[in-house]
Design a protein. Structure first.
Length: 183
């Protein structure tokens, strides 16, 4: 009888489970979601040419002279001025960090080419306003002399005559990683 009781109990439990699962509904639903994320635009140009392929060149005729200059687009002792390299990041949808470095510059004694204060690294902040993401990299150029009759300078100055000097400048643009997310 004990065996029948166990079988009967097991049969009742199975029957109850069957009734429970057929009586109660199990609610299930599912869905799928898709989204899209657009990558920000990147556009940095030097004098109208994409920075990746730009080969910007300048000569004495492109310099804005602040003091004396030689004739025929030349520099002479006593001259000083600056050149500004135009950079346009309009079209970029991120802040841009622009870094300028001067390469190996070999100039005669008394002649200098230096990046203007703040021109070695600057951040161009994102703006949707046309023209707001433009910047200039300024290089100051000067050749001391012509203020006094100094025979020690004459030899150096004369040795430099009719020589072309190269002033290599490297511009690097990268996105700013500053967060604009507010918690």
């Amino acid at each position: 009888m004990k065996g029948n009781k166990k079988v009967l109990t097991l049969a009742v439990l199975v029957l109850l489970l069957a009734v429970c699962f057929t009586t109660y509904a199990i609610y299930r639903q599912s869905t799928t979601a898709t989204g899209s994320i657009r990558a920000a635009k990147w556009s940095v140009k030097v004098d109208g040419t994409d920075i990746a392929s730009a080969n910007y060149t300048f000569d004495a005729g492109d310099i804005t002279w602040t003091t004396l200059t030689g004739y025929n687009d030349t520099i002479a002792p006593g001259s000083s001025g600056y050149i500004e390299i135009p950079v346009d990041a309009d079209g970029s949808e991120v802040d841009v960090i622009l870094t300028a470095t001067l390469g190996n510059v070999t100039l005669p004694t008394g002649m200098t080419a230096t990046l203007a204060s703040g021109a070695d690294s600057q951040t161009i902040a994102y703006s949707a306003t046309e023209g707001a993401m433009e910047a200039k990299v300024r290089i100051n150029i000067a050749w001391a002399g012509a203020d006094s009759d100094d025979s020690t300078k004459d030899g150096t100055d004369l040795a430099a005559q009719n020589t072309t000097f190269s002033i290599p400048v490297t511009l690097t643009a990268k996105q700013s990683l500053t967060s604009h997310v507010t918690p």
